[in-house]
Write a protein of this length. Structure first.
Length: 457
C-alpha cells in the first residue's frame, strides 16, 4: 500500500512538472528580431503623424474635386404641394369674387433652373490649379513627417546599441576587477609581498562604483528598448530585439558638403513644399482677382404647376401660379459688385503669397546652415572615433600590464584602478563617438531628404 501511494505521488509530481513546462512553452512569446530598415518600415505603417498627413491630402483632393465640379451644370429644383382657391375662366374679368374656405382645392408645382458656366475669367481654373498644387504641398508635408519618423527610429535604434555597448564595457571592467580582487585577497591571505589591506579597500571601492555604472547602463538599455517599442506601436511585453549587435564605424566615407547641399535642393520635401505652395498661392490670387469680372453662363428654366379645380388660361400676358407650364433657355451674365470686399480678399491672398516668399528666403538661408552643422558633427565624430580608438587600445594594454604586474607582486593596485578607469572612459568615448557619427549621418539624411532605408538608397 505504501509503495502504491508513493507511486501516485511520483506520478502526480511528474504530471505537474510536465504541465508547468508546457505552460511555460505556451506563455513564452516568440522573439521578434528586427533590423534598422525593418523598424523604419514598421514605424511608417503605424505612425499617427502619417495618418494625419494622409487625411490632409484627402481633404485637399476633395477641394480639387469640388473645383472641378463647378465646370458642370448646376440644377436647382423646388417642389410645392398645398391648398389653392378654385378659379374659372369667366371669373377672369370679375372684380367681385368672394373667397370661400370651403371651395379650396389643392395644387402641386415644380420649378427647375439649370446653369451651365461658359466663361468665368479664371475663377474655376485658378481654384483647380490651386487645389492641385495644394495636394503636392500636403504630399511633401507627409514626406517630411515620414523623414522625421525615420530619424526618431534611428535615434532609438542606435541609442539601444549604445546602451548595450556601454553595458558591455562595464561588464568587461567588472570581470577584470573581480579577478584582481580575488587575486589580491588570496595574496593577502598568503601574506605575499606587494599587497596591503588598503589595496583591498581601493579595489572594493572601485567595484561599488562599477556596480553603479552597470545599473545605469541596464536602465539605459531598458529605456531605449521601451522607446523603440513605443515608436513601432508594439505592446510593452513584446519580446523585441535588434539584429545589429555592435556599433562599428561606417566603411564608406562621407561625400563633400557641397554634395549634401545639392542633394537637399533636389530631394528635401520642404523645398518642394514651398515651390508648390507658391504656385498654389499665386493661383488663389488669380482666383480672387477673377471676382472683379462677371460669370458668363447658359441658363434654362422650367416651371410647372397643376391644380384640379382651376381652368387653364392660355394668355402670354397672364401666368397662373397654381396651374401652368412654361420654360426657356437664355444666355446670361452674373456679376456681383461690392465696395471693397473683393479688393480685401485679393490683398489677403497676396499677403499669404508674400509670406511664403519670406519662408522660402528663410529656408534658403537656414537649411544650408543646418546641413553645415550636421556635416561638421559628422567630421567631428569621425575624428573623435579614430582618436579614442587608439586611446582605448593603449589604455587596454595599460590595464592588462597593471594586472599582470600586480599578479607578480611588482605593481600596486592603484595602477589597476587607473588603467581600468582610463580604459573604460576611452572605450565609452569611442562608442559615444560612433553613436554621434551614426546620428550625424541620420541627421544629414533627414536634412537632405535622402531615402529612409538602405534598400531604397
Amino acid at each position: 500500500m505504501k509503495i502504491a501511494s508513493t507511486g501516485i505521488v511520483l506520478l502526480g509530481a511528474l504530471l505537474f512538472c510536465s504541465y508547468s513546462i508546457a505552460a511555460d512553452e505556451i506563455t513564452e512569446k516568440p522573439r521578434l528580431v528586427l533590423s534598422l530598415d525593418d523598424c523604419i518600415r514598421m514605424a511608417m505603417k503605424s505612425a499617427p503623424e502619417l495618418g494625419e498627413a494622409q487625411a490632409d491630402i484627402e481633404q485637399t483632393a476633395s477641394k480639387l474635386e469640388e473645383a472641378k465640379s463647378y465646370r458642370y451644370p448646376q440644377v436647382e429644383v423646388m417642389s410645392l404641394f398645398g391648398p389653392a382657391p378654385h378659379a374659372r375662366k369667366q371669373e377672369l374679368t370679375s372684380t367681385d369674387t368672394n373667397f370661400k374656405l370651403s371651395e379650396l382645392t389643392w395644387f402641386t408645382s415644380a420649378d427647375a433652373s439649370i446653369i451651365q458656366p461658359l466663361y468665368t475669367f479664371g475663377k474655376i481654373s485658378s481654384n483647380m490649379t490651386a487645389a492641385g498644387h495644394g495636394i503636392e504641398v500636403d504630399r511633401s508635408r507627409k514626406e517630411q513627417r515620414a523623414n522625421e519618423v525615420a530619424l526618431k527610429v534611428r535615434e532609438y535604434y542606435f541609442g539601444l546599441m549604445l546602451a548595450r555597448e556601454m553595458k558591455e564595457v562595464v561588464l568587461e571592467v567588472q570581470e577584470t576587477l573581480n579577478k584582481a580582487r580575488g587575486k589580491a585577497h588570496k595574496m593577502l591571505e598568503e601574506q605575499a609581498n606587494g599587497v596591503e589591506e588598503i589595496d583591498i579597500f581601493k579595489l572594493d571601492a572601485f567595484s561599488g562604483e562599477v556596480g553603479k555604472y552597470l545599473e545605469e547602463a541596464s536602465k539605459g538599455e531598458q529605456l531605449a528598448l521601451a522607446a523603440l517599442k513605443t515608436r513601432l506601436a508594439l505592446p510593452n511585453d513584446t519580446n523585441l530585439d535588434i539584429s545589429s549587435d555592435r556599433l562599428v564605424m561606417d566603411e564608406d566615407s562621407a561625400p563633400a558638403y557641397e554634395t549634401y547641399l545639392e542633394n537637399a535642393r533636389l530631394q528635401r520635401p520642404e523645398f518642394k513644399q514651398i515651390a508648390e505652395g507658391l504656385k498654389a498661392r499665386a493661383a488663389l490670387v488669380e482666383a480672387a482677382e477673377a471676382n472683379y469680372y462677371p460669370d458668363i453662363f447658359l441658363g434654362g428654366l422650367f416651371s410647372w404647376a397643376y391644380s384640379d379645380d382651376r381652368d387653364r388660361i392660355h394668355n402670354p400676358y397672364i401666368t397662373d401660379q397654381f396651374k401652368h407650364i412654361n420654360g426657356g433657355v437664355a444666355l446670361g451674365a452674373r456679376w456681383k459688385l461690392d465696395f471693397g470686399i473683393t479688393g480685401a480678399k485679393v490683398a489677403a491672398e497676396r499677403a499669404q503669397y508674400n509670406r511664403l516668399l519670406s519662408t522660402r528666403e528663410f529656408a534658403d538661408a537656414n537649411i544650408p546652415l543646418q546641413i553645415r552643422k550636421y556635416y561638421l558633427d559628422l567630421k567631428e565624430a569621425e575624428n573623435s572615433a579614430i582618436a579614442t580608438r587608439s586611446a582605448y587600445s593603449n589604455a587596454k594594454k595599460w590595464a592588462v600590464t597593471a594586472v599582470a604586474n600586480f599578479d607578480f607582486g611588482i605593481g600596486p593596485a592603484k595602477e589597476i584602478l587607473e588603467g581600468l578607469q582610463a580604459y573604460a572612459r576611452m572605450r565609452a568615448a569611442y562608442f559615444q563617438s560612433i553613436y554621434n557619427l551614426k546620428i550625424a549621418r541620420a541627421n544629414l539624411d533627414y536634412a537632405t531628404g535622402a531615402p529612409r532605408t538602405a534598400a531604397s538608397k
